[in-house]
Ligand binder design. Structure first.
Ligand code: ADE
Length: 228
């Protein structure tokens, strides 16, 4: 899979992609994450990427021309399944969308900034708009990092034990059962007996009960979506 990220602040993405699973997945060739600086495609002498909004609303708006030039260059090189804009007014991102995106071959993620982006970008160049939650971030970069992280861990061979991504919370619209490790007793606080029993049927039954109980208590809304 290839993910192209278009941003005016590429430095913000150095750290999230330079470590752990994403770094290893890139090294293994499972994914190619390419971060592009929109400013490199600005053509005026000041290399402006933003401008005042028509109509006089306060705040700067990202210009269409550098974004268009960068997207045209990328689209000439390969076909993209989706061109996604990260924005607080987009469709709410969730595990189902992460699963969908993980099946795609090439996607573009455009990070918004300032007051927004020239609306013609959204009307003409974007195929999908995603929000990572009902709060406003300074820009779309951290939202893009959330999308990339959650998608890459689903790719075959990104995680050594593939089943661990499949048993994530939310994968089945169920929260995960609690997990424990050694010591079996700490400060008098004991690990549930069943987990030490070696009886795998009993353990699986306990895990399922726990998952259902935690979901009903903490996220009852997920149970309504279990057949989605
Ligand atoms: N950009 C700013 N806030 C955002 C959010 N909540 N989701 C996606 N992109 C954003």
């Amino acid at each position: 899979m290839r993910i192209d990220i278009l941003t005016v602040l590429p430095e913000l993405l150095d750290s999230p992609f330079g470590h752990s699973i994403i770094k290893r997945a890139q090294a293994k060739g499972v994914v190619d994450v390419c971060v592009h600086n929109i400013r490199d495609y600005a053509t005026d002498k000041h290399r402006r990427v933003d401008d005042y909004s028509f109509g006089g609303d306060a705040g700067m708006v990202l210009k269409i021309d550098p974004i268009f030039a960068l997207m045209e260059k990328l689209k000439a090189e390969r076909t993209y399944d989706d061109v996604i804009f990260l924005t607080p007014d987009g469709e709410r991102y969730n595990q189902r969308i992460a699963n969908q995106l993980s099946l795609q071959k090439n996607i573009i993620l455009l990070c918004g900034h300032y007051k927004g982006v020239d609306h013609r970008v959204r009307e003409r160049l974007i195929t999908r708009e995603l929000s990572v939650g009902d709060y406003v971030l300074t820009g779309g970069e951290l939202a893009a990092a959330v999308v990339v992280d959650s998608v890459v861990r689903l790719l075959p061979d990104a995680i050594s034990n593939e089943t661990s991504a499949l048993s994530d919370s939310f994968q089945d619209n169920l929260l995960s059962a609690p997990v424990y490790t050694r010591p079996a007793e700490f400060n008098g606080w004991k690990v549930p007996e069943v987990l030490l029993s070696g009886n795998f049927r009993e353990i699986a039954k306990w895990q399922e009960e726990q998952a259902l109980e935690r979901t009903a208590r903490l996220r009852p809304d997920l149970l309504d979506r279990r057949c989605e």
